[in-house]
Design a protein. Sequence first.
Length: 434
Amino acid sequence: MPNADHDRMSAPSEPTILIDHTGPLEGRVRVPGAKNSVLKLMAAALLTDGTSEITNVPRIVDVQIMGELLTSIGLEVLEHDGAVTIRQTGTLLTEVPEAPARRIRASINLLGPLVGRCGHIRVALPGGDDFGTRPIDLHLAALESMGATCVITEGILEVHAEALHGADIQFAFPSVGATENVVTAAVVADGTTTIRGAAREPEVVDLCNFLLSMGAQISGIGTATLVVEGCSYTSFGDVTHRVVPDRIQAATYIAAVGSTGGCVDMIDARANDMGMFLRRCEEMGLVFEAFDDEATGLRVEARQRLNAVDIQTLPYPGVATDYKPLIVAMLAVANGTSIVTENLYPGRFRYVEELVTLGAQIRMWEHHAEVTGVPRLSGGSVRAHDIRAGAAMVVAGLASQGPTVISGVGHIDRGYDDLVGRLRSIGAMINRVD
């Protein structure tokens, strides 16, 4: 597919994705395991001296980084055939190497398990995607109510706890990360911990089910109130667990169909995990149907140009902030004008400038975007600034009349398992140049 236009637009010194105008998509694509779950499961595996076998693991860079982190503190991590096996190899270290910890946001998920089991952690404040401040004050306040002492000095967090005890914790905001850290600490704390205002995301449910399989005692899973009965980590045993499918990757294929037309079966996609997002997509004009033949999943069909809708991001079960770049990319070629409001991370609009480069008509003010759809985008050279912004660039490129070159592909690699290959398999005119 690479042609003279592409050669003139980019002489890549880093990996790039090249996209030509793509017609309707057709076929089947398998949705991999969830990035936002597997990294937390890997961190929680340090709670047991047994063996943790995690399956349906996506082949993404962040899994490799988390594996490096766990190896550096004393665990054995083996990746094989879409699975990860984690075992204890001896004494756990509680000082987490700074360089890999700063590379991914999920390094903060070592906080609950290490403090709960070992009573100490020293870790750099995490990195990951750059779309605004994401403080950890809720994490620290909850652990302090359980008996921990937390100090941050020059970007390094150190937490001590002689012995964590149960507590009644009320979150002012249903933070996913804080809920996960408190649960993984509470399962080995002394007494009962009640978490009110807990996050209810499918990935939080997946973590709780993983801990249950290990031997933890948790009730209220999937609700806003979790009750955790602490016990000794020595009572935890081997666990085998399949990672929940990635609802954000499923949404990416939905957005691709929405922007190009067509009909695609998404194997393993779970409609129940994407309820509000699917309802808003139906308002745009997409049609969904569950299927269960030789595989189980969700069919998405776009029969005509999408309609404009107004959307705002909210905690689960609302429309997740991770969906928003994909939604904006769809609305950029929809019929009419939409208002998209970001209520969780106001700074998460860096990708808008890139979409405008491709011919999108978007006007920004405060934490709102006014998107006036055009029949087709124009193509051009753009950059992925974070994982989901990169996916939005891909969706927009599929909807562009001319060739599109996307740089910053390393961000996409952190969260997507062979996005280019999967899209090619359903008819997208897309290639990767390494």
